[in-house]
Write a protein that binds this ligand. Structure first.
Ligand code: ATP
Ligand code: MG
Length: 307
């Protein structure tokens, strides 16, 4: 079942077109990725869905009903963890949650229950009394997500939740979000890290300068790439003659002892290895790189995902 649909959303800021006819639909319970570089329009989309911004034209529907920013019942279904951390630094984790919980209209037992729940999800129960200013980047991020969970939304919008976060906290955030998905929550996740989209998302929308370029599963998206592989190897004994004959397998680039081969369509791994053996090539560190979303983005736009 579709939980959220956007149709022809447009938004401009002065002369900047942030969203241009953006249409997509998100399945209930899915992990939906918005993958795009800086300025693609990811935050603009999330801010419109959460009612912090109004689109110039186009419409949004939540569970089949037009999304109205003034409809409180609809608002309760959506939680936004914003890109820029929105917490009171002087206050403790617990007090932050309490304040935001009250903003969502929670009180009494329900409020304390949700505080416990949010602290647990964010793995911050033990640090509940510490002021946010003493937290690491990762802890702040986790609390920033926890705040959005106070009213137990059906859809959680997470805007670049891993920027400036150490790898351990990053994994903790992934675990948290995946377990929320297990519980049936729909996660909308924006990132410019293609590894994250590949690892987490059921559906990925590739977005650039306000437009959706492609939407699909990782597999369907990657099918669009030319069928070539990248093979990397190192060889101290590499000479120019080797490199030249290598090129019968594809396009070769050499940098010192490192070699990169972008294979032809008719490439066969077995004949390649036989050839390296016949040549007596003393190559090590063989690595066969999978085609990635990074390659697809480059293929679609001619530029790198990460500037
Ligand atoms: N409040 C605003 N005023 C003026 N321009 C804005 C505003 N918000 C966004 N923009 C512009 O709209 C475009 C889309 O911005 P948006 O923040 O949605 O991109 P993003 O994909 O979230 O990028 P990032 O990865 O850097 O967060 C950009 O060109 C940005 O400069
Ligand atoms: Mg953004």
């Amino acid at each position: 079942m579709t939980v959220l649909t956007a149709e022809n959303l447009c938004k401009t800021f002065g002369t900047t077109r942030a969203l241009e006819d953006l249409s997509l639909s998100i399945e209930e319970g899915s992990f939906f990725g918005l993958l795009g570089p800086n300025g693609a329009g990811k935050s603009t989309f999330m801010n419109i869905v959460s009612g912090f911004l109004k689109q110039d034209s186009g419409s949004l529907a939540l569970q089949g009903e037009e999304l109205d920013p003034n409809n409180i019942e609809q608002k309760k279904l959506i939680g936004l963890s914003p890109q820029h951390i929105a917490l009171y630094k002087e206050l403790s984790a617990e007090t932050n949650l309490k304040l935001f919980g009250k903003l969502y209209g929670l009180s009494g037992k329900k409020l304390s229950q949700q505080i416990e729940y949010a602290l647990e999800v964010a793995q911050l129960s033990e640090r509940r009394k510490s002021p946010v200013k003493d937290f690491s980047g990762g802890m702040k991020r986790r609390l920033n997500i926890a705040v959005a969970l106070m009213h137990k939304p059906k859809i959680l919008l997470c805007d670049e939740p891993t920027v400036g976060v150490d790898p351990q906290s990053r994994n903790a955030i992934f675990d948290t979000l995946l377990s929320l998905k297990e519980e049936g929550m729909t996660i909308v996740y924006s990132t410019h890290y293609m590894e994250e989209a590949e690892r987490l998302c059921d559906q990925i929308a590739i977005i650039d300068v306000g437009k959706i370029l492609r939407i699909g599963t990782l597999d369907t998206l990657l099918q669009e790439l030319p069928k070539s592989n990248i093979i990397r190897a190192r060889s101290a004994s590499l000479d120019e003659a080797n490199t030249t004959t290598f090129s019968k397998f594809g396009a070769v680039t050499q940098d010192g002892s490192s070699l990169e081969l972008r294979t032809n369509e008719d490439f066969r791994l077995s004949s390649f290895f036989k050839w390296t053996e016949d040549q007596g090539l003393d190559a090590t560190d063989f690595q066969i790189a999978r085609p990635s979303l990074e390659d697809l983005f480059l293929h679609l736009t001619g530029k790198d995902l990460r500037e």
